[in-house]
Design a protein around this ligand. Structure first.
Ligand SMILES: CC(C)(COP(=O)(O)OP(=O)(O)OC[C@H]1O[C@@H](n2cnc3c(N)ncnc32)[C@H](O)[C@@H]1OP(=O)(O)O)[C@@H](O)C(=O)NCCC(=O)NCCS
Length: 225
């Protein structure tokens, strides 16, 4: 049975995720020549010892099974590419670095990337295509939607609900919510790098600072003088 693997995305994150995939499938008899980067604009190039192929080329390589991880932070792009892969019966990989800590009662849907030093503790439900970059954590009783992205060192404390398409920047901290009254980060919200979120964030807005407030010119002026 011939299996081929692809990391969709040749940016910095894609190049960070490739060695995690290599390690994950190391003892599974996969020839390194069957692990590709996928990038529709760089077909035929070589990076970090792997050939780049376009999506069309990837699905035309003769194989019994195709597995792909989408290493692209933009959640809408990730969703579009995931659907494109699923239409072609490609399996969406879950990539988990070898030193990730997961404790108990955790459900994670397909397409996740858990980078080195990530910790996911207990009683946590996570949707499709979750990205947790290096040193991020998710604590107890959190619910995370689909296509959510954590940059490095995001600290998501207990009893927090994060809706679909949320992006959380480097080093942001989400304060713990309460049992039956979680802190809710609304659909598509953006949490700036370094923000400290102490209350619910409405859908679609960007917040910044400590405590986090809506990112507007006026609020920036107030905070920065
Ligand atoms: C919040 C964020 C999304 C805004 O991006 P943007 O819409 O492109 O906005 P800009 O960078 O033009 O910044 C707009 C204003 O917000 C300020 N600002 C941007 N990010 C900020 C932050 N994290 N905290 C405080 N202020 C911030 C900028 O100084 C700028 O202020 P000014 O208009 O007075 O100069 C972005 O700055 C951010 O934090 N992204 C996360 C980055 C990250 O973690 N990357 C990880 C890569 S792995």
């Amino acid at each position: 049975m011939k299996k081929i693997f692809g990391i969709y995305g040749t940016g910095g994150f894609g190049r960070e995720v490739m060695p995690l995939l290599e390690k994950q499938i190391k003892n599974k008899n996969v020839n390194l020549n069957n692990i590709f980067f996928i990038d529709d604009y760089r077909d035929g190039e070589l990076i970090n010892n792997h050939k780049i192929v376009s999506f069309e080329s990837f699905i035309n390589i003769s194989a019994d099974e195709r597995h792909v991880s989408i290493a692209i932070a933009n959640s809408k792009v990730r969703e579009k590419l995931t659907n494109k892969c699923l239409e072609k019966n490609i399996q969406m990989l879950n990539i988990t670095a070898s030193n990730v800590t997961t404790l108990t009662e955790i459900k994670i849907d397909h397409g996740s990337i858990l980078c080195p030093f990530v910790t996911i503790t207990s009683n946590i439900i996570i949707g499709k295509s979750f990205h947790a970059n290096i040193y991020s954590y998710v604590a107890h009783d959190c619910i995370i939607g689909d296509y959510v992205t954590f940059a490095p060192s995001v600290k998501c404390n207990g009893n927090v609900t994060i809706e679909d398409y949320v992006y959380i920047g480097t080093g942001a901290v989400i304060k713990q919510g309460k049992l039956n009254n979680p802190i809710v980060i609304g659909k598509g919200a953006v949490i700036s790098a370094g923000a400290f979120v102490t209350r619910n964030v409405p859908a679609g807005i960007t917040v910044f600072g400590n405590p986090a407030i809506k990112l507007t010119k006026e609020n920036l002026r107030k905070r920065n003088g």
